[in-house]
Design a protein around this ligand. Structure first.
Ligand code: PXG
Length: 289
């Protein structure tokens, strides 16, 4: 596998960065996870726009303009001769000293990894995910905006550990007020009486690219969708529930804290959206070759 670091492609064993990079020392940087399907990158411009917004929010000046980052991402896929897979794109603060001050890090580092992706087994897509509510709350928007996709994922990792220890497929995270925010790496949607509901971004959810696609699909299909404050109780009594993310795509959540949701199997609206989402990934995207 060839990995891009600051304009040069390295073999995996040689792809290394400094121990003084603040991405490592402090989790200081931003990233994106992007999928490509059948030689086309899905929603590439949206991911790059979010990457640049995240960077701007943390006062990180990307060392390349958007077009050059896009070229580098496409070149990384081509270099690895891949047709289907996943891109991990990072901009770290770069090399500095042992203090926090990013002013001592003059050159941000750009890293691009393109690889095949480990999906949930197909059985999970057919049967749905069992989820537990995590005691770890989502970081408050007053502390760090959930809109920033930063390299600092410790909060989500603490929640993921809880989910894994409970034997669950995912962990549901609440915000400080106790409303549903999101799962550890996926947005959450519930369906009640034919209407789709999802937490507002301000409630601690990342403005997911897949989430935005669901808004489009729901609109095209004439299914009402609204942002709302959602409690655990509302998830327990929902007719259907599903999660969205670049890695997971659209996946049904059939149980929360040992309570089956609806019939305890993937519901019809979720199945429809999963199907429509897959169709879209096959049809659209930025051509790689
Ligand atoms: N919330 C969080 C906290 C995320 O990290 C999403 C929602 C979904 O957003 P997108 O834009 O992907 O629809 C994410 C997704 C991975 C992985 O490889 C994915 C994410 C983060 C870390 C790892 O599974 N982001």
């Amino acid at each position: 596998m060839k990995i891009y670091i600051d304009g040069i492609f390295y073999e995996e064993k040689d792809a290394k960065i400094s121990v003084f990079d603040h991405g490592l020392l402090y989790g200081d940087g931003v990233f994106e996870g992007i999928r490509f399907y059948q030689g086309k990158v899905f929603r590439l411009q949206e991911h790059i726009d979010r990457l640049f917004d995240s960077a701007r929010s943390i006062c990180l000046q990307p060392p390349l303009p958007k077009e050059k980052i896009i070229d580098a991402a496409l070149e990384t896929i081509r270099c690895n001769k891949l047709n289907d897979g996943y891109i991990r794109l990072l901009i770290t603060r770069g090399i500095g000293n042992l203090g926090l001050n990013p002013a001592h890090c003059p050159h941000p580092t750009v890293i691009i990894i393109a690889d095949s992706i480990q999906l949930y087994p197909s059985e999970i897509y057919e049967k749905g995910l069992k989820v537990v509510t995590c005691a770890t709350r989502r970081v408050s928007a007053a502390a760090l905006s959930p809109m920033v996709k930063s390299l600092n994922y410790l909060n989500n990792i603490m929640a993921k550990i809880e989910a894994v220890q409970a034997g669950a497929g995912e962990g549901l995270m609440l915000n400080e007020q106790g409303f549903v925010a999101e799962c550890t790496a996926d947005n959450v949607f519930i369906i009640k009486n034919g209407k789709i509901l999802t937490p507002k971004v301000g409630a601690g959810a990342l403005a997911g690219i897949t989430r935005a696609v669901i808004f489009e699909l729901a609109s095209n299909l004439g299914i009402p969708l609204q942002e709302a404050d959602i409690t655990r109780h509302e998830v327990f009594v929902a007719d259907e529930c599903f999660l969205t993310g670049t890695a997971a795509e659209v996946i049904s959540m059939v149980e929360l804290d040992s309570r089956p949701i609806g019939e305890g199997v993937p519901g019809p609206i979720t199945q429809r959206l999963t199907h429509e989402f897959r169709q879209l990934t096959q049809r659209t995207g930025t051509t790689i070759y």
